[in-house]
Design a protein around this ligand. Structure first.
Ligand SMILES: [Zn+2]
Length: 351
């Protein structure tokens, strides 16, 4: 989970999406149309094999590294849906099963760590459903499902469990990710900033592991060929987005969502100054997929919770934009940026 989100509605890009272009190109000739249809049938018949086929076909490949099931949807849902729909190969690596999460569904409350401690399998199912909603076929758990346990919130005794992700050796954990990087060869990596967005130990550790793996993957050693990732982005919540969102909530009379947070406070948690934000992905066209994926994470996100309160007050546009900081690699050309000088495509400059 992360904090709240953003509220600017930006104009849609005037250029067609990469997906529209790819779709037209493939349907130019009758042969291509037949081939395309045949591929669709194969993909439907063999869902397990479609990820490998996408990988070979895809010019653009993106890797996202997250701590718990649901983080990917909240932080990058429209980005994942948009690039997957455009034919990019999108790989999600989730580092834990989120076993320590709160359970917001009363009938499933017994799954919680302090009762049956059986939340992990439930969250595997939720993540799989969410990925279907986003159209992402390649999702994995770091080192295999259950290899690293959710560490719980910072300062809790669960941070000290030897099997938790916070206690993992960074190089060893990064080794698992190096294998994925060398296999999928992503040009773009998305992960958290060094504070893990909001300070959860698993988010901080996911950052460390992702950055270390990116470094190691580019060096020699091991059986697979080295792979250097061209661009690395950290998720970002621009300060102005949170201030505007809080202001609109408070103006609407909602004093309980994100309680205690004041839109005019001198300092707000979780945010980065707007000037550090270098890219904004506009995914208004796929926001419904993100909302469906949020609902799939049923034990974690409720319809009467703060995230949906935001969209009830402001409409779905609060979810349609996702912001990033480019921290490695060169930004794309200036003529591909928006009015604020930000990239609108994480692959800008790479094609
Ligand atoms: Zn999380």
């Amino acid at each position: 989970m992360t904090g709240s989100h953003k509220v600017h509605r930006m104009t849609s890009p005037t250029e067609p999406t990469p997906g529209a272009e790819a779709g037209q190109a493939r349907l130019d000739s009758p042969e291509a149309a037949v081939l395309h249809e045949a591929e669709s049938v194969i993909e439907q018949a063999e869902p397990a094999g479609s990820a490998a086929m996408d990988l070979l076909d895809s010019r653009r490949r993106m890797l996202l590294v997250h701590a718990h099931p649901d983080d990917e949807t909240i932080g990058n849902g429209v980005t994942m849906a948009k690039y997957a729909a455009a034919g990019a190969h999108v790989t999600l690596v989730t580092c834990t099963l989120g076993e320590e999460g709160e359970v917001l569904v009363p009938d499933l409350a017994h799954l919680a760590a302090d009762r049956d401690d059986a939340l992990g399998p439930q969250r595997i199912t939720e993540l799989a459903t969410a990925m279907e909603a986003l159209g992402v076929t390649d999702h994995r758990y770091l080192g295999g499902a259950g290899r690293y346990r959710d560490s719980g919130m910072m300062g809790l005794p669960t941070n000290d469990r030897p099997d938790c992700f916070w206690q993992a050796d960074v190089d060893e954990a990064a080794g698992h990710l190096v294998e994925v990087i060398r296999e999928t060869r992503p040009q773009v990596l998305v992960t958290y900033d060094p504070e893990g967005g909001y300070g959860h130990p698993d988010h901080i550790q996911a950052h460390r592991v992702a950055m270390r793996a990116a470094e190691l993957a580019g060096l020699g050693g091991g059986d697979a060929a080295p792979w250097a990732i061209a661009k690395i982005y950290w998720n970002a919540l621009p300060e102005s987005w949170l201030r505007d969102g809080l202001r609109r909530l408070r103006d609407s009379g909602d004093t309980t969502t994100f309680e205690g947070m004041d839109p005019d406070a001198a300092e707000l948690p979780y945010v980065v100054p707007d000037e550090l934000v270098t890219a904004v992905v506009d995914g208004m066209d796929v926001v419904d997929a993100k909302m469906a994926a949020m609902r799939a994470h049923a034990t974690q996100i409720t319809l009467d919770g703060p995230f949906f309160a935001l969209s009830n007050n402001m409409g779905n546009e609060v979810w349609g934009l996702e912001a990033y900081r480019l921290v490695h690699g060169r930004p794309g050309p200036a003529d591909e940026r928006d009015g604020d000088g930000r990239e609108t495509d994480l692959f800008s400059g790479l094609d």
